[in-house]
Design a protein around this ligand. Structure first.
Ligand SMILES: [Zn+2]
Length: 364
């Protein structure tokens, strides 16, 4: 049965309930029975909506997005398959989650949402709200640079600048979310049922087989948790025979998941997001942290930390190969460069370019 399930108290809600967390305050997951119609795929457009039997919403808010190219690229002397998710309309993989979440919002009849991201998630939510004609307010710290929020404003979203720290912004959006639907890329489970299409596309593009290893960024875990859902569903319907090993990559300067996974004490003082160029994955307290650790453990994978020097090297190398990506994307490729040395001959490894370089151009 398809329903929302609280990860804390196990309460359930129908999908039509316009909520983003449980009455007890717990995180909601989406219990969803996915299916796949491989015969029908041959006649469908190359977009993420081709997996409609696996998606909890209809194609209501669409830019014909998805099915990004999967290219074989050399990283540290080894061949790796890299999804070109920097090519989405808003310039990052976050389109996957926003298309499905805002489609759900549209189906609910909700006309107004709030979100709190000055980065790629805020851009994607603002874009799909613009397409759907939904009123969108994005909360950001007052200190956020105008360049960083220019794309969000261009889509017509209202910016709410909150004085003080990032925590003050989080508190302000949670207060607003008491009365307005919270289209959160970390809380809202529908977002993850959009990002899961990454796994469906990879498996189809590899000729209906699972890769051995998938290397993904981990900040809030929006792509990694989505991919984990997707691979589990593909296993459940018999489209693949085993789960790939998930390798999560964090920036060493803000690596709470890396520290927890390896049993290291928490960083003191608090990890400082501002000190890494990989700002998109610098999340000191990811709300789905325990789920990320579980997903990586279940797959037999690991969590890596990469240095600023490794990120800078990966960024330059990738640019010189002809791919213009943003610095956060390069952190993942730096992680790939670490693990390819341990890869067995013939191992199929997949990773991703998460965001376009134009996002960060001229903002340093
Ligand atoms: Zn609950």
């Amino acid at each position: 049965m398809n329903q929302l399930v609280c990860t804390t108290c196990r309460s359930t809600y129908p999908l039509t309930e316009p909520i983003w967390r449980c009455a007890c305050g717990g995180l909601l997951d989406l219990q969803f029975e996915a299916a796949i119609d491989r015969a029908a795929l041959a006649t469908r457009k190359p977009t993420l909506w081709r997996y409609r039997e696996a998606l909890p919403v209809r194609e209501l808010v669409s830019l014909d997005q998805g099915y990004t190219p999967l290219l074989e690229i050399e990283v540290a002397g080894r061949s790796v398959w890299i999804k070109q998710d920097q090519l989405f309309s808003t310039g990052s993989y976050k389109d996957r989650g926003a298309a499905v979440l805002i489609g759900h919002v549209q189906a609910l009849g909700v006309r107004q949402v709030v979100e709190d991201s000055s980065g790629n998630a805020g851009c994607a939510i603002a874009c799909y709200c613009a397409r759907a004609g939904i009123d969108c307010t994005v909360y950001v710290p007052a200190s956020t640079s105008p360049a960083k929020v220019a794309q969000i404003e261009a889509y017509g979203a209202t910016l709410c600048r909150v004085p003080g720290t990032r925590q003050d912004t989080a508190d302000a959006v949670l207060a607003a979310a008491e009365t307005t639907y919270y289209a959160s890329h970390s809380w809202n489970p529908f977002f993850f049922h959009g990002t899961k299409t990454f796994a469906y596309e990879v498996v189809e593009q590899l000729g209906w087989r699972a890769p051995d290893t998938v290397v993904l960024p981990a900040g809030n875990g929006t792509l990694l948790l989505g991919a984990a859902i997707g691979f589990r569903e593909l296993l459940a319907v018999g489209a693949i025979e085993r789960l790939p090993r998930l390798v999560a990559v964090q920036a060493g300067r803000c690596a709470p998941l890396y520290r927890a996974f390896h049993g290291l004490p928490e960083a003191a003082p608090e990890p400082a997001p501002a000190t890494t160029v990989a700002a998109g994955i610098a999340i000191p307290k990811p709300v789905r942290g325990p789920q990320i650790l579980d997903a990586v453990r279940e797959s037999g994978g690991t969590i890596l930390a990469v240095s600023e020097q490794e990120i800078a090297r990966a960024l330059q190398t990738t640019h010189r190969q002809g791919f213009f990506i943003e610095p956060t994307s390069a952190a993942t490729i730096a992680g790939v460069a670490q693990v390819v040395w341990d890869a067995a001959a013939g191992e199929v490894m997949v990773s991703v370019y998460t965001g376009h370089g134009l996002k960060a151009a001229g903002k340093h």
